[in-house]
Design a protein around this ligand. Structure first.
Ligand code: ZN
Length: 260
């Protein structure tokens, strides 16, 4: 659990970012603001096999920028000896698995200061959609579109080496699609952004009670609320979520690890 904040970081925290490991394989799910520093506390960023992005809102992808600079500029990734590093003909270039259209968004963002190909050069970009089944080592990721302000997918990850089914609900307004995406999850990570439902405009997020209710309808076994600010009362959120789920839900905490 690298980052669980909503669109602005908790004090000392990070936005959406979850590290999934199986054996030597590492998959980073989302890379929001603050996540790159948290990633570095746990693994070598050149050892990450793939980054999967749920949707291109800043709090889910913006740290691809420092990550890309690291991959391109760090001395140990250079083809010639630099600063005591021997040089490499084979620099790490993790896969970047993102929704359709994301590549153009990346170009537009970094193109604002003339570095249009920054993310393209650092990563191997590939697009997924709701019909994709993406394999990263023993990990298999599948996707389900959920309604949010931009094209967004819930991501389910399982392993060919066994274990359970993990679903990350991404960001979503209350929706049957989210229930279906989370169906029978052994571990459901579900957003609980709001202290109360949005009062104007199109809805885009869930309250803790709505998150618990979706988890109950999905038959999820273990439920962790995420995308929740340290400015919301944690006890209140846990209680609201648990009452709606019909059992205890947990609150995401950075640094926590779960075995599935
Ligand atoms: Zn979002």
């Amino acid at each position: 659990m690298l980052g669980k904040s909503p669109a602005w970081q908790d004090a000392g925290g990070a936005c959406s970012g979850y590290l999934i490991e199986e054996g030597d394989t590492a998959l980073l799910l989302d890379c929001g603001n603050g996540v790159f520093a948290k990633l570095r506390e746990h693994v070598d960023y050149t050892d990450v096999d793939a980054v999967v992005i749920s949707h291109v809102h800043a709090d889910h992808f913006i740290d691809l920028i420092p990550y890309a600079y690291a991959l391109l500029l760090t001395p140990r990734q250079q083809p010639v000896p630099v600063a005591g590093h021997p040089g490499t003909a084979d620099p790490a270039r993790p896969r970047l698995i993102a929704p359709p259209g994301a590549e153009q968004t990346f170009k537009t963002v970094v193109g604002a200061w003339g570095d249009e190909l920054l993310i393209d050069q650092a990563f191997l970009i590939e697009a997924y959609d709701a019909s994709s089944e993406v394999q990263v080592g023993p990990l298999v990721a599948t996707f389900a579109e959920v309604p949010h302000y931009v094209l967004t997918h819930a991501v389910t990850v399982r392993s060919t080496a066994g274990g359970g089914r993990f679903t990350f609900g991404a960001d979503s307004r209350p929706a049957e699609e989210l229930v279906e995406a989370a169906r029978d999850a052994d571990l459901l990570l579900i957003e609980a952004t709001l202290p109360r439902p949005e009062r104007t405009g199109i809805r885009g997020h869930l309250t803790p009670a709505e998150a618990g209710e979706h988890a109950r309808r999905a038959g999820a076994r273990r439920v962790v609320l995420t995308h929740i600010s340290d400015e919301l009362d944690a006890e209140w959120a846990r209680e609201e979520g648990s009452n709606a789920f019909g059992g205890p839900v947990e609150l995401a905490r950075e640094g926590d690890a779960f075995e599935i």
